[in-house]
Design a protein around this ligand. Sequence first.
Ligand code: SAH
Length: 338
Amino acid sequence: MMNIYGIKRKDLEDYFLSIGEKKFKAIQVFEWIYQKKVNSFEDMSNIKKELQQKLKEDFDFSMISIKKKQEDKLTKKYLFELADGNYIEAVLMEHDYGLSICVSSEVGCNMGCSFCESGRLKKVRDLKAYEMVEQILLVEEDIKKRISSVVIMGIGEPLDNYDNVMDFIRIINDAKGIAIGARHITLSTCGIVPRIKDLIKENIQINLAISLHAPNSQLRNKLMPINKAYDLKELMKVVKEYIEVTNRRVTMEYIMLKGVNDNEVQASELAALLKGMNVYVNLIPYNETNHIEFKRADKTVVMKFYDTLKKKGINVTIRKEFGSNIDAACGQLRSKEV
Ligand code: SAH
């Protein structure tokens, strides 16, 4: 039995062909579930009874469930319970240009970044594609509005769950599915180099964001264990390759940690590292958590860092903050109910 929300249209077409049906039935099913929001095969009036029966035997519509919701002005945080009792979170943000959702890709995370709350619970398991799709479906149903962009920046390292995350992206990007444009989908990674190579071959126009956070390997080693497996040099090499092949601008995320990575020398070093590349740096105000020792860099220090990058010809923005009142901000999501 497969969950219907976890199947790509292409695979559903193959399924129909394999049982001697026409492949356009896959479009019909997609339209029923994603556009007309029907959740039983019996309601699909253009599909004949025997085929409905067959579909019922092979697919189910089981959903994850909303366990808790917290809101402040522009942000809503959802705690979801999965069928096996695990928890994940997603965050909805209201921008001037529309609604975006930050989805989780794993239960827990193995990357162990020292500044991040989500990694305090080691990975329990990968999320299935349908568990990611359903985060979007449930939030859209809850708010009765359409979500226009998706960032895969919640709990988990998406490239550590590559196949399911790619299926998820294909499903939500499908014109007959939730139809979120590739350019409105952002995947953020701590830098799993071989999987970035795979991503290059996918031939899809999504946005790639790299959690960089340090201008040299020595510091990055201290903050992000992944750097010991794939160091900054390798990472920069693959990002250059990504840009060259896809012709897409890449985002470099840089959390501003007080006294750790926020001084002027480091700003210059970062500028030198990124010189001439089609990237932009997103400076992220650090969200302090109860358990972790890092502190947020001072506003004036962040502005100086910003100015230095600008002066050296690097595109840079400072991330708008959402949800810190309800612990819904970057790095604050957890896989626990309490
Ligand atoms: N594993 C992926 C996606 C999840 S993290 C990744 O590493 O990119 C999403 C972003 O939030 C990353 O850039 C991460 O480094 C950042 N982040 C983690 N903890 C944070 C915190 N406490 N404050 C601000 N940003 C944080």
